[in-house]
Design a binder for this molecule. Structure first.
Ligand SMILES: [Cu+2]
Length: 127
């Protein structure tokens, strides 16, 4: 009886480092997959399902960005800084927007704002 707490403590202690390592590896893998590395492109794809790809793009000032809806559902591009009217896209349709000044512009899909967000980093071409 008196040995039981000691045994329990011993097992717990030996497992903890392995568990911590496993958790660390799991979080590292998730962080890598979720990180939005800006991609230099003026085309954003909407593949199946419910996402913008790439999620973050970078373009020079004056670029016309094109979004193509390759999903099976209607989506939109709604600029948030400041909030603009959503540009609606049925499946197979495209919308475009010209970014005329430098800055970081977040957008979402007005129909699925919790699942679908993206951003456009517009860089001053003189830089
Ligand atoms: Cu959507």
């Amino acid at each position: 009886m008196s040995l039981h707490p000691l045994l329990h403590a011993s097992v717990g202690h030996s497992l903890r480092p392995a568990l911590a390592l496993l958790l660390a590896l799991t979080f590292a893998a998730c962080g890598q997959a979720a990180s939005a590395v800006p991609v230099a492109t003026d085309h954003v794809d909407l593949p199946r399902s419910y996402r913008f790809a790439p999620e973050t793009i970078t373009v020079p000032v004056g670029t016309t960005v094109t979004w193509t809806n390759n999903d099976n559902f209607t989506h939109s591009v709604r600029l948030l800084d400041p909030e603009a009217d959503p540009l609606m896209m049925k499946p197979g349709e495209q919308v475009t927007y010209v970014f005329e000044r430098a800055g970081s512009f977040r957008y979402d899909c007005s129909l699925h704002p919790k699942d679908m967000t993206g951003s456009v980093l517009v860089e001053d071409s003189s830089g």
